[in-house]
Design a protein around this ligand. Structure first.
Ligand SMILES: O=C(O)CCC(=O)C(=O)O
Ligand SMILES: [Fe+2]
Length: 741
C-alpha cells in the first residue's frame, strides 16, 4: 500500500482572511500549444506569496485575451503600489505587493512590454509576483473568480490546465465553467485524502458506505479482482516507462557530468586567452560547444520528453477511471479491516502478511498464505482509523497497538510515534465510553468485554462479569441483526452450528430424472433439508467455466442491492461487480439454461420464466451481507415495483453456479439454517426461496462471506414464480413446500 503524501507543497493553500495571502506553489509548468498561448508557472514560493513567472507568447486571436490578462496584472500592480504608498513598506522590508518586481528594471519592463503582445516581436515575458488579488484579476479576466479556483485547493497544474482548455475552447465561458466543475470534483477527492492523512482527531475521518457511492458514474476498482488486475497492468506500463526514464536520466547525468568535467579541466589549467590561442584547445572548445553540447541538449530533451510520456499515461489512466481514487483506498481498507475482524486473523501474523484459510477448503492450502508485501506502521494506523470509524473499537485498538509495535521496529521518528500514541489513546478513551454507555456489542459496534482503563476495569460490574456466555446457536428462529451477523461470521469461519442429528440424514446420490441424464447423471449432494438446499457437482466443465468467465468480464459493473426505500444502490452491503448474460449473447448461455431446466424440472429458458444469468466477481474482502433473494413477498407495497416484476412473480428458486474455486473464505452461508456451502469450481447450489403460497421462506436468508484469498466468480439464475404454474403449482397451505428433487 502506498504511503499517503504529506508534502504540503502538493496543494495550494490560501487563507484569504489574512492580509497577505499564504500560498505554496509547487514548481510546475504548463504550456498550451493551441493558439500559441504559453503559460509557464515556476514555483518560487515563500510563506507569504507566490512568485509566478508567466510567459505569454501570444499571436492572432489570443492577443486580446493576453492583453487583458497583462493589463489586469498591471492594474493590480499599480493598485498594490498605491496601497503600499499608503501603508508603507512591509515588515520584511519588501512590499507585499502583487507585482513587486524582484529583479531588474528590465524584468519590470517585461511586464510593461506585455501590454501589447501583438506588437512585440518574438516572446514576451511577464514576470510578476502573483498574489491573491492578482490571481483574482486573472480569474475575472477568464470569467471565473480565481479565489474560488484557489480556495478549492486546485494545484497550479489544474488551474493552468483549465486555462489551457479554456484557451482551446476559444474562451467560451460556459466551456470553462463546465470543465472547471469537473476538475473541482477531482480536487475534492485530493482534499479528502489530505484530511484523511493529516487529521489526528479520529472521528473526523469519515468513512461510510455513502462515501463509496459518492460518484455514481465512476466504477470503483476495489470490489472485483478482475479490475485490480487491470490496475496492475497499468502499473506495469508506468513502471516500464519509468525504467526507460531512469535509463535516460542516468545517460543524461553521465553526459552532463562529462561535459562539465571537460570544461572544468580545460579552464583549470589555462586562462581563457591561453586556451583560445592554442589550436588544439580552440578546436576542443568548438567541438564541446557543438557536438558535446548537442549531446547534452539531446539528453535533456530525451529525458524531458519521456517524462511527458509518463505524464500522458497517468492522465489517461485517471481519465478512463483506471487509477484508484480515495474511495477505492477506503473501500480496500474497510475490506481488510473486515477480513481481520470476521476471520479473527492473528494480529501478530496478518499485518506481516501471513494467514490461514477456514473450513473444508482449508485442507487444500494447509500451509496458509503469505503475501509479497507487509503492512507498515503507518498502514496499520490507517487501518486502525477505519476500524474505529466502522465501530470496531476492539479491532481498532489492536491495529493501533500493532502500529505502535511496528513503529518501534521501523524506528519511526518521535513525532510520528507521538501521533500513533495519541490515536491509540483517543481510540481507547472512546472504546471505554462506548462500553460504559452502550455495552460491549451492538448491531454496528463492538468493544472488548472489559475497559482498557485499569481504574474503570476495577468497577464491580466488570470484576463480577462472568466470562462471555457460551454461544448457543439460534436456528430457525427470528434473529436480531446482531445475532444474524454472529451466526454468519461463525459459519464463514467454518464453525458447525447444526446439531449432528440435522446433518446425519443428508445424502449424496446420482440423479437421472430426465432422459438426457441417462448417460450422464448429475451428482447431487443434499446440504440441508430445512430449507432444502442441494449442490450439483460438476455441473460445469472447467472449459465452460473459463469461457463463461470471459463472457462476464466485459459486462461487469459495481453490484447494487435493493435499499429499504426500494431503490437500487451500491454500498458496503454488497461489494462485488456483476453483469448480465442473455441467451443471445453466446450459444453457451441457453445451453446452460436448458441444463438448469433439466436439473430442476423448472422453466428457465424464457424471459418470463427466469431472469438472465447474473455473473459476479468478488474482490478481496468482497461479500454480500445476509439477505433474501425473494423481494416481492416482503415488499410492503408491490404496486410500486415495476409491472413486469410483479407479472412474472417473485424469485421462486435460486440456481447459484460457482464459476471458480475460492482459496480461502467466500462461502455461501445461511445464518438461520446453520448451513455453509463452500465454493467449488463447476458446482451449483439450488434451493427454493418461496413456499407454495408464494410467501418467502425466511430460513433461506443467506450471505456471501468475504473472500480471504483468491477470486470468486459466481453466476445466479433466479427462476421466477408465475411461469412455473404447471411444473410447480401453488399449494393450499401458506407454508406448504414445493416437492423437492
Ligand atoms: O456469492 C454467493 O455466495 C451468494 C451470492 C448471492 O447470494 C446473491 O448474489 O444473491
Ligand atoms: Fe442471494
Amino acid at each position: 500500500m502506498r504511503s499517503p503524501n504529506r508534502d504540503p507543497s502538493s496543494r495550494i493553500r490560501v487563507d484569504s482572511a489574512e492580509h497577505e495571502p499564504k500560498c505554496t506553489v509547487p514548481p510546475s509548468q504548463f504550456a498550451v500549444k493551441g493558439n500559441s498561448w504559453l503559460v509557464q508557472m515556476t514555483g518560487k514560493h515563500s510563506r507569504s506569496q507566490c512568485t509566478v513567472h508567466a510567459t505569454a507568447n501570444a499571436s492572432s486571436e489570443t492577443h486580446t485575451a493576453a492583453k487583458r490578462w497583462c493589463n489586469e496584472l498591471l492594474r493590480s500592480r499599480s493598485d498594490e503600489r498605491r496601497k503600499r504608498g499608503r501603508r508603507g513598506r512591509s515588515r520584511r522590508g519588501h512590499a507585499p505587493s502583487a507585482l513587486r518586481a524582484r529583479g531588474t528594471e528590465r524584468r519590470r519592463r517585461g511586464v510593461v512590454a506585455c501590454k501589447n503582445p501583438t506588437r512585440a516581436s518574438g516572446r514576451q515575458a511577464a514576470r510578476a509576483r502573483l498574489s491573491l488579488p492578482c490571481l483574482e484579476s486573472l480569474g475575472k479576466a477568464l470569467g471565473r473568480s480565481a479565489k474560488t479556483i484557489i480556495s478549492t485547493g486546485a494545484s497550479p497544474d489544474r488551474f493552468l490546465g483549465v486555462l489551457g482548455e479554456f484557451q482551446e475552447a476559444r474562451w467560451s465561458p460556459s466551456a470553462i465553467e463546465e470543465r472547471w466543475n469537473e476538475k473541482s470534483n477531482e480536487v475534492m477527492m485530493v482534499g479528502r485524502w489530505a484530511v484523511l492523512v493529516s487529521v489526528s482527531v479520529l472521528v473526523s475521518v469519515s468513512v461510510s458506505a455513502s462515501a463509496l457511492t459518492s460518484d455514481a458514474n465512476r466504477e470503483d476498482l476495489f470490489s472485483a479482482t478482475v479490475k485490480l488486475e487491470t490496475l496492475l497492468a497499468n502499473e506495469q506500463v508506468l513502471v516500464e516507462n519509468l525504467d526507460t526514464y531512469l535509463l535516460y536520466a542516468q545517460q543524461r547525468l553521465d553526459i552532463v557530468r562529462d561535459y562539465v568535467r571537460g570544461f572544468r579541466e580545460a579552464v583549470a589549467q589555462r586562462t581563457y586567452s591561453e586556451l583560445v590561442a592554442n589550436p588544439i584547445d580552440a578546436f576542443l572548445l568548438v567541438k564541446r560547444s557543438t557536438i558535446d553540447w548537442t549531446a547534452v541538449e539531446d539528453a535533456l530533451v530525451k529525458e524531458l520528453n519521456h517524462s511527458k510520456v509518463i505524464h500522458a499515461w497517468s492522465v489517461q489512466f485517471r481519465e478512463t477511471g483506471f487509477f484508484p481514487v480515495v474511495d477505492d483506498l477506503q473501500g480496500a481498507a474497510i475490506s481488510l479491516v473486515q477480513l481481520q475482524d470476521i476471520y479473527k486473523l492473528n494480529m501478530t501474523e496478518f499485518p506481516d502478511g501471513f494467514f490461514r484459510g477456514f473450513g473444508e477448503r482449508h485442507r487444500l492450502h494447509p500451509q496458509g498464505f503469505r503475501s509479497a508485501g507487509q503492512l507498515s506502521a503507518r498502514d496499520c494506523e490507517f487501518l486502525g482509523r477505519h476500524a474505529f470509524n466502522k465501530g470496531f473499537y476492539d479491532t481498532a485498538i489492536q491495529w493501533m497497538e500493532t502500529a505502535y509495535r511496528k513503529g518501534v521496529e521501523e524506528s519511526l521518528p518521535q513525532d510520528r510515534m507521538r501521533d500513533i500514541q495519541q490515536s491509540l489513546e483517543m481510540a481507547a478513551r472512546v472504546h471505554d465510553e462506548i462500553l460504559e454507555q452502550q455495552g460491549p456489542r451492538g448491531y454496528n459496534w463492538h468493544t472488548r468485554e472489559r475497559p482498557l482503563d485499569p481504574t474503570l476495569a476495577r468497577k464491580e460490574r466488570y470484576l463480577d462479569s462472568l466470562p462471555k456466555a457460551q454461544f448457543v446457536p439460534k436456528l430457525y428462529q427470528i434473529q436480531t441483526e446482531e445475532e444474524q451477523t454472529e451466526h454468519m461470521e461463525r459459519l464463514c469461519r467454518g464453525e458447525r452450528l447444526r446439531p449432528p442429528a440435522l446433518e446425519a440424514g443428508l445424502k449424496c446420490r446420482y440423479v437421472s430424472w430426465h432422459p438426457s441424464l441417462l448417460i450422464g447423471p448429475l451428482k447431487l449432494e443434499e446440504q440441508s433439508h430445512e430449507p432444502y438446499i442441494v449442490v450439483f457437482h460438476n455441473f460445469f466443465s472447467d472449459a465452460e467455466a473459463e469461457h463463461y468467465k470471459q463472457l462476464g468480464i466485459p459486462r461487469l459493473a459495481t453490484s447494487k442491492h435493493m435499499a429499504p426505500d426500494g431503490n437500487y444502490v451500491s454500498s458496503m452491503v454488497r461489494t462485488s461487480k456483476n453483469g448480465w448474460l442473455r441467451n443471445e449473447d453466446d450459444p453457451m448461455v441457453p445451453k446452460i439454461a436448458r441444463r438448469i431446466e433439466i436439473a430442476t424440472g423448472l422453466r428457465a429458458m424464457e424471459r418470463q420464466s427466469a431472469e438472465d444469468f447474473q455473473i459476479a466477481n468478488y474482490g478481496i474482502g468482497g461479500l454480500y451481507t445476509t439477505h433474501t433473494d425473494f423481494f416481492i413477498s416482503n415488499t410492503a407495497d408491490p404496486t410500486k415495483l415495476p409491472e413486469h416484476e410483479v407479472f412474472i412473480g417473485d424469485r421462486l428458486a435460486t440456481f447459484l453456479i460457482y464459476v471458480t474455486d475460492v482459496e480461502a473464505g467466500g462461502a455461501t452461508v445461511f445464518p438461520r439454517a446453520g448451513v455453509t456451502l463452500w465454493p467449488e469450481k463447476g458446482s451449483a447450489a439450488f434451493w427454493y426461496n418461496l413456499y407454495k403460497s408464494g410467501l418467502g421462506d425466511e430460513n433461506t436468508r443467506h450471505a456471501a462471506c468475504p473472500v480471504l484469498h483468491g477470486s470468486k466468480w459466481i453466476s445466479n439464475k433466479w427462476i421466477r414464480m408465475n411461469d412455473q404454474m404447471f411444473d410447480a403449482p401453488c399449494g393450499l397451505h401458506h407454508l406448504e413446500k414445493f416437492a423437492t428433487p
